[in-house]
Design a protein around this ligand. Structure first.
Ligand SMILES: O=P(O)(O)OC[C@H]1O[C@H](O[C@H]2O[C@H](CO)[C@@H](O)[C@H](O)[C@H]2O)[C@H](O)[C@@H](O)[C@@H]1O
Ligand SMILES: O=c1ccn([C@@H]2O[C@H](COP(=O)(O)OP(=O)(O)O)[C@@H](O)[C@H]2O)c(=O)[nH]1
Length: 480
């Protein structure tokens, strides 16, 4: 079995005991790396004090080698906070109004990708299989190919892929498309994303579809397919079942004093639709006076990407809105919204999900949304809660037992809350049974195995078959 090399922007280092950090992706990839032996490379999350990026910091843990790079402040600013999170993130979440196409950030993005490739290349053996993750690293394969690497290289995009009209507003869209076409396999969360990608290839004659998921672009044949990411379902369900051992879970139950609980859990991100959700909850309380004093909405929202200005604005907006709604609706013995601005460990979260009659997951656009899957996995099979899910989350394609809503439609979300809270137990069980077997079968290990199997079997790189003019594929300045 070939050695696996994973590259992602963030590297989830195991703790001192060697245990994987919480999170399905880390657990699944570490299991795959442990089985085959391998490398996980990426940004350490730290920045150097000077202008230069650090050398690579190698740490061995069992059969896994972690290879970490500290980036300079300028790199973090331009590559991560700039191009990745003020260009690609809003663009892929259909938020053209929030994109900032600064040339220095574009240059920084391609520079850091080249740097990652230069640091990685000497570690690669000829039969290694390389798996690159997410929008931060789209140009990496093209860089590695330019250095002469012939390995199989796969890419998985964790976020949505936009339609051509949205993508083509990006000045370097062609370089980005060329970057993707340099992989052997490009994986998306949903069919919709894969179709958007195919549309981008076809629209300006960049590439053509050959059938059975194969495409040809820039003289390279590659495969694009759908691999919906998931969670470690059985383990998460067990964590929820045994969550009573956490004192915090017990205290939460006590503090509810018999009230119904609605839960929302999201990074503080404009794509998650948190303000729309708070407004919908307010509408629900106003439209359903009997619910006053009887329902608590817990919104868990750790801060995220605070260095990006739009995220700072968002923090203020959500805090103000939650404060206004609480001010308007609270009574001396009831606070309708509990807004928690810090991260909660996943084993406690599992218990909170299980306690909640409603999981309110209403992103305006989301690649997958693992919280939706975790909420379902955490439920008591005898008395499950109801998932209200945005039709614009990737998870909506699979979770057909949820109440699907348009998160922009405040009245519809408010009505869905009322419907969920009054849903009879038989209907709740039926909906949950529609989803849980699917999640057990299609867990994160299945996702990982399916991707690696597809990467091993398809999209063979036939040497350097591209025409000479596309060999030096990354010429960002050409297209800026
Ligand atoms: O690393 P950060 O900038 O702090 O952001 C955290 C992660 O956010 C994004 O998550 C996405 O991946 C999830 C798993 O596939 C998916 O369920 C969700 O819909 C996406 O938003 C991002 O894609 C990751 O790279 C970040 O690490
Ligand atoms: O306080 C928190 C909030 C979130 N999460 C976890 O963060 C992940 C969020 O993933 P999702 O796909 O929903 O969204 P993303 O943040 O990746 O866009 C889920 O596993 C959550 O359980 C967590 O551990 N603690």
């Amino acid at each position: 079995m070939s050695r696996l090399v994973v590259i992602s922007n963030r590297v989830p280092l195991p703790d001192k005991s060697g245990a994987a950090p919480a999170g399905g992706l880390a657990v699944a990839l570490q299991a795959a790396l442990e089985e085959r032996g391998g490398i996980w490379m990426g940004w350490s999350g730290k920045s150097t004090s000077g202008r230069e990026t650090s050398g690579i910091d190698i740490r061995e843990q069992g059969k896994i080698t972690y290879a970490l790079v500290d980036l300079s402040r300028k790199d973090v600013e331009e590559y991560y906070a700039g191009f990745a999170n003020r260009v690609l993130w809003p663009l892929c979440h259909y938020r053209l109004d929030l994109t900032d196409y600064a040339r220095k950030d574009m240059a920084g993005y391609f520079r850091v990708n080249r740097l990652f490739a230069q640091q990685l290349a000497p570690l690669i053996k000829p039969d290694d299989v390389i798996w690159v993750h997410d929008y931060h690293l789209i140009p990496l394969a093209a860089e590695l190919r330019q250095m002469g690497l012939k390995n199989r290289i796969g890419f998985f995009l964790h976020i949505p892929w936009p339609p051509a009209d949205v993508l083509f507003t990006l000045p370097v869209h062609e370089t980005i498309m060329r970057g993707l076409a340099s992989y052997d396999l490009v994986g998306f969360q949903t069919r919709h994303d894969a179709e958007n990608f195919a549309g981008c290839l076809k629209r300006e004659g960049i590439g053509k579809e050959l059938g059975q998921g194969l495409f040809e672009a820039y003289g390279h044949v590659f495969r694009a397919d759908v691999f919906p990411i998931s969670i470690e379902t059985a383990a998460f369900a067990e964590a929820a079942r045994t969550s009573r051992r956490h004192a915090l879970v017990g205290r939460m139950r006590q503090s509810l004093a018999g009230r119904d609980l609605i839960i929302g859990v999201d990074r503080l991100d404009y794509s998650k639709g948190i303000t729309n959700r708070i407004e919908a909850f307010e509408r629900f309380i106003v439209n359903n006076p009997d619910s006053r004093g009887r329902v608590t909405f817990l919104q868990v929202t750790p801060k995220s990407r605070s260095e990006v200005p739009e995220y700072g604005d968002m923090q203020r907006m959500v805090a103000e809105l939650a404060g206004r709604v609480n001010g308007a609706l609270s009574t001396v013995d009831w606070t309708p919204i509990r807004y928690v601005n810090r991260s909660i460990g996943r084993s406690v979260l599992a218990g909170l999900y299980r306690m909640a009659q409603v999981g309110l997951v209403t992103p305006l656009r989301d690649g997958m949304n693992l919280v939706a899957k975790e909420y379902v996995a955490a439920q008591d099979p005898e008395n499950p809660g109801v998932l209200i899910l945005s039709r614009f989350a990737g998870a909506a394609r699979e979770l057909d037992g949820a109440l699907l809503v348009n998160p922009y439609d405040t009245d519809a979300v408010s009505d869905a809350i009322a419907r969920a809270l009054s849903m009879p137990i038989e209907a709740r069980r039926e909906r949950w049974n529609q989803m849980m077997p699917h999640l057990l079968e299609n867990d994160v290990s299945h996702w990982c195995e399916s991707f690696l199997k597809a990467l091993a079997g398809h999209g063979e790189t036939k040497g350097d078959e591209r025409p000479a003019e596309t060999k030096g594929i990354l010429q960002p300045n050409d297209s800026i």
